[in-house]
Ligand binder design. Structure first.
Ligand code: 13P
Length: 256
């Protein structure tokens, strides 16, 4: 685990909320949450980053993430956003390798690895998502799938940049489905991911990388998931759009 007392709760808004709704949500969070030992990361859609950056700057424990970035710093890439632009706007994290980007837009592990490299160069922290499909799990191949994702993503990864990495294990079958991995299933995959990191970077370095669980996390299941030894936090989708739910999830992390 990274720092035993610290958890990360990240809210991935995906392509949801109109500007007024996003503003209302972030005001609710900022006004009702005080965190001592939890990092709260909000990942709104790109157009809201600038406004949220101003709002979160003076709020202790709150950080801003983008949901994606390109692997180049500039150029003729219509519709894309460079990590250098995000960094300049006050963004601190970027989510890469989300299963929706993989499945809907055909992102390969090699492509994601390039994005990771440029995000690091830009000085962003990376929330790297991995996770198996239901077919993988039914075939007993979940550990192989995640191993191949993690090994490809971190193949050429500089070990002195490991402090810029967060990993999110998000089993595809649990995303937006209401089916959550059991704490045992999640924890055993997190331990597997930590073993993979240990094999490449050494045991001590592997302990410092936070590994979040994502997939139908709600206030009701968060306490059990978050109390697992290898689960360092949560990447929350749907429940991060509802102020009371998200606040409750953060509070359950604070109580641990
Ligand atoms: P849900 O919490 O809606 O299942 O989404 C999880 C997710 O994809 C977060 O990145």
């Amino acid at each position: 685990m990274f720092e035993s007392a610290e958890k990360i709760i990240a809210g991935n808004w995906k392509m949801n909320l109109l500007p007024g709704e996003g503003l209302l949500l972030v005001n609710e969070l900022v006004n009702n949450l005080e965190v001592q030992k939890t990092k709260v990361i909000l990942a709104p859609p790109f157009p809201y980053l600038s406004e949220l950056s101003k709002k979160l700057k003076s709020k202790p424990g709150f950080y801003l993430a983008a949901q994606n970035c390109h692997h180049k710093s500039s150029g003729a890439f219509t519709g894309e956003v460079a990590p250098q632009m995000l960094k300049a706007m006050g963004v601190e994290y970027v989510i890469l390798g989300h299963s929706e980007q993989r499945s809907l837009f055909g992102e390969s592990d090699e492509w994601i690895a390039k994005k990771i490299q440029n995000a690091l160069i830009a000085g962003l922290n990376v929330i790297y998502c991995c996770g198996e499909t239901l077919d993988d799990r039914d075939a007993g191949k979940q550990f192989d799938r995640v191993r191949s994702q993690v090994q490809t993503a971190f193949n050429k990864f500089p070990s002195d940049r490991l402090d810029q990495v967060v990993i999110a294990y998000e089993p595809v079958w649990a995303i937006g489905t209401g089916k959550t991995a059991s704490p045992e299933q999640a924890n055993e995959m997190h331990a597997h991911i930590r073993d993979l990191l240990a094999a490449q970077f050494g045991k001590n370095a592997a302990q410092t990388v936070p590994i979040l669980y994502g997939g139908s996390v709600k206030s009701g299941n968060a306490p059990d998931l978050l109390s697992c030894p290898d689960i360092d936090g949560a990447l929350v989708g749907g429940a991060s759009l509802v102020a009371d739910e998200f606040i409750e999830i953060v509070r359950s992390a604070e109580k641990l």
